[in-house]
Design a protein around this ligand. Structure first.
Ligand code: HQG
Length: 180
């Protein structure tokens, strides 16, 4: 099994469906590494700790993090299961970006950016990253979010350990389509 496939499976069980392998994920999103490795093994995925550490360290978006002692692992963001990552609210930059596709635009401009199936709305710090996010679904459309203004008006923002900005909802009045 290639590494990308294993990483995708890790995203699945740590963000969305721990029950797929009967994994326990705690309230802050952490899973026990030993238990994870045993449950992956029972699914034919032979991964030892060294390989897991390598996958975490080399993941293109730094999607996962091990705790200091290396006995727990969690996804840095992207959850659909209810978790509280205990991130501290932070002041965002003046502008953040959201990559999406034209098909969603009318609804977004009408109803704002919703978290949909995830726990929070994901925003990018630059156009390039937002463009890659949008590209997952087709030709990307980039929306500019007046993040600092939102923050000053009482909306909390969080920065995940892998540099993704998170918030609960972006009302349409803070959005404009970014012209490249
Ligand atoms: C859209 C990936 C209709 C929204 C990425 C998006 C990111 C609406 C989709 C991370 C809407 C939800 C998250 C509304 C939002 N009406 N559509 N009112 N509000 N949408 O995957 O931001 O590789 O949950 O534009 O790189 O695309 O998995 O969110 O298209 O960082 O680590 O509904 O996932 O990271 O899709 O992506 P998603 P996202 P990973």
């Amino acid at each position: 099994m290639d590494y990308k496939h294993i990483s995708k499976f890790l995203s699945l069980v740590l963000r969305h469906k721990p029950e797929e392998i009967g994994l326990h994920v705690d309230a802050e999103g952490w899973a026990n590494v030993q238990e994870l490795l045993e449950k992956l093994e029972s699914r034919g995925m032979h991964i030892d700790f060294a390989l897991l550490e390598h996958l975490v360290a080399t993941n293109d978006k730094q999607r996962f993090i091990l705790n200091e002692t290396g006995d727990k692992i969690r996804a840095n963001q992207g959850h659909s299961i209810a978790v509280d990552l205990k991130l501290q609210p932070q002041q965002p930059p003046e502008v953040l970006y959201h990559g999406t596709v034209a098909a969603f635009l009318p609804n977004i401009l009408e109803g704002g950016i919703q978290k949909m199936s995830r726990q929070q709305v994901h925003l990018s710090k630059d156009v390039e990253t937002a463009s890659k996010v949008g590209q997952r679904r087709g030709k990307p459309i980039i929306l500019k979010v007046m993040a600092l203004e939102m923050h000053q008006e009482g909306y909390p923002f969080y920065l995940s350990d892998n540099g993704v900005w998170l918030t609960d909802f972006v009302p349409p009045k803070y959005l404009t389509q970014n012209k490249h």
